[in-house]
Design a protein around this ligand. Structure first.
Ligand code: ADP
Ligand code: MG
Length: 308
């Protein structure tokens, strides 16, 4: 981490809170409640933050056994399910395009999720998410610590991601990525980064596991909510406070410095005593004192990392 000069961030749940609010419901040919209930039923068992917002807003109860069948969560797209004898698709525009279903292009800001039931388009729902507290300051501190290239990767739409990227001064943003698109982007950045530097990927959820594994340093937030993050990340944050990231990098830089200083101190004291012993300036017993002095010096130096 102390050598990271490229830092790649996932957006939803990492830079933003990943707690969506519904800001608009735009039904086509059905009522608002019917649109919300259809979306929430299909999404009921999904762990995605969009699903949680739908469950809360629609107020529906857990669907009875056998109501939602052939449930498939398509990463970066949405949900496809068979509900009460009909195919239901809940997801972004690519999901509907994939199934050849026409949809309205939203005319308002936010992440739009479209709903189709039995191949009929039922409308869309707009979601909004908030930046994490302290995100701006955290990224500025990382820049001061030596991160030169900050990249934002997301499966969300450009109209939502670009304003976030520019408000936080990201150097590059790639939106509307499928999950394997995040891995390709990480691989490209790994191939183009400097020789003696490393690349860190910061993500939060199951769909980031491949990128977490591929990066030199995989960092996961909210690790308590995700089993795969526990397996794939090198650094785990149990909580979700993004301000801990620059603190962790500072600690890494300090630790790396302390290790190098300690090696230098120990080797020089021992070499000096050896030479003085060989030339008869010091008695052999002085080597024992030198051993202890080198150890104490190294330990006192290492204590500096405890202030973090
Ligand atoms: P990010 O890459 O920013 O972390 P995700 O990979 O979680 O975002 O999702 C990318 C996009 O895929 C979302 O913005 C949404 O359009 C769509 N999507 C993913 N999962 C779902 C779901 N369960 N329901 C609806 N849409 C989804
Ligand atoms: Mg995410």
């Amino acid at each position: 981490l102390s050598k990271a000069d490229t830092m790649v961030f996932d957006k939803t749940g990492t830079i933003t809170e990943g707690r969506f609010n519904i800001t608009d419901v735009v039904p086509v040919g059905v009522s608002e409640q019917k649109l919300l209930s259809a979306a929430a039923t299909a999404e009921y068992f999904s762990p995605h933050p969009i699903a949680r917002a739908l469950r809360e807003a629609s107020g529906i109860k857990r669907p009875a056994k056998g109501v939602v069948m052939e449930l498939e969560e398509i990463p970066g797209r949405g949900i496809s399910a068979f509900v009460n004898g009909k195919d239901v698709y809940v997801g972004n525009a690519s999901l509907l395009e994939e199934h050849g279903i026409g949809y309205s292009v939203p005319d308002r800001a936010g992440s739009a999720i479209h709903v189709a039931v039995g191949n009929c388009y039922w409308g869309y729902i707009i979601f909004s998410d908030k930046l994490r507290d302290g995100a701006f300051d955290a990224l500025e501190s990382l820049r001061r610590l030596g991160v030169r290239n900050m990249v934002l990767l997301t499966g969300d739409v450009r109209s939502v991601s670009r304003p976030i990227a520019s408000s936080l001064n990201f150097d590059m943003v790639k939106a509307e990525l499928p999950p394997d698109g995040k891995v390709s982007a990480v691989e490209y950045l790994m191939a183009t980064k400097g020789d003696n530097s490393s690349l860190a990927f910061v993500g939060d959820s199951d769909n980031d596991s491949a990128a977490l594994t591929r990066a030199d340093v995989g960092i996961a937030f909210g690790a308590l909510n995700s089993d795969t993050a526990l397996d794939d990340a090198d650094i785990l944050f149990m909580g979700e406070d993004i301000r801990r990231l620059p603190l962790t990098m500072e600690l890494s830089c300090l630790s790396a410095r302390v290790i190098l200083q300690n090696i230098a101190v120990i080797v020089s004291i021992k070499l000096l005593c050896l030479l003085l012993g060989v030339f008869g300036v010091l008695p052999v017993t002085a080597a024992a004192f030198a051993e202890a002095a080198a150890l104490i010096a190294a330990m006192l130096n290492a204590l500096r990392t405890f202030k973090h």
